[in-house]
Design a protein. Structure first.
Length: 203
């Protein structure tokens, strides 16, 4: 059976990691996040706080193109589930008004033909209050609150701008299905996601 490439997108606190782990276990897919080297560099140089918009966008794009190569190679052997892809960093910058959406689209357009495009994007949404409570709980358990997580907690306007930008960018990459996780437990999230995805991906 042909392998499938699924991307899971959405703001912090909507259930991306929970559903990714569930799908990997159920489908024997390989999961990808942004490469650890990228995540470490982002943290060490305070990318989201200290780097100007254009070089910041270029680095996000380079990391996504590298991730795309990893996905393309792995699809020869198994299904792939990506926890975040190009829509996430772009929506973050648009959400915080670091760059206009039209400008972001113009800058990334020449590279879209190179990207490994997903067969389907699952966009997860939730009400700001619920997502904030999940972010806060996770920060207490881990002892860490990321700068992006902090902005999510502090600004409902930022949360909604990012969610809308994530939706618009996801639609440029492939077909999109949405799941509102506001009133769902972790188990219900996973079951609902499976019901949405399985018929569309022939899983």
């Amino acid at each position: 059976m042909p392998t499938k490439f699924l991307v899971i997108e959405g703001c912090n606190g909507v259930g991306k990691s929970t559903i990714t782990e569930y799908l990997n276990a159920r489908t024997d897919a390989l999961s990808y996040h942004y490469p650890p080297e990228f995540v470490r560099f982002r943290r060490e140089v305070h990318l989201d706080e200290s780097v100007a918009p254009l070089p910041r966008l270029v680095y996000y794009l380079a990391a996504t193109l590298h991730l795309s190569d990893l996905v393309r190679a792995r699809l020869t052997q198994s299904h792939v589930v990506c926890d975040r892809y190009l829509a996430s960093p772009l929506s973050l910058m648009i959400g915080e008004s670091a760059i206009e959406e039209t400008e972001a689209r113009r800058l990334v357009e020449p590279f879209l033909s190179y990207l490994c495009m997903p067969d389907l994007v699952l966009l997860l949404t939730a009400k700001h209050g619920v997502a904030s409570a999940r972010i806060h709980k996770r920060s207490l358990e881990s002892g860490m609150l990321t700068p992006v997580g902090r902005r999510m907690l502090e600004s409902e306007e930022f949360f909604h701008r990012r969610e809308n930008a994530c939706r618009q960018m996801s639609m440029r990459l492939g077909p999109v299905v949405e799941l509102d996780t506001t009133n769902l437990s972790s188990e219900e999230m996973c079951n609902s996601a499976w019901s949405l995805l399985a018929p569309k991906l022939d899983w």
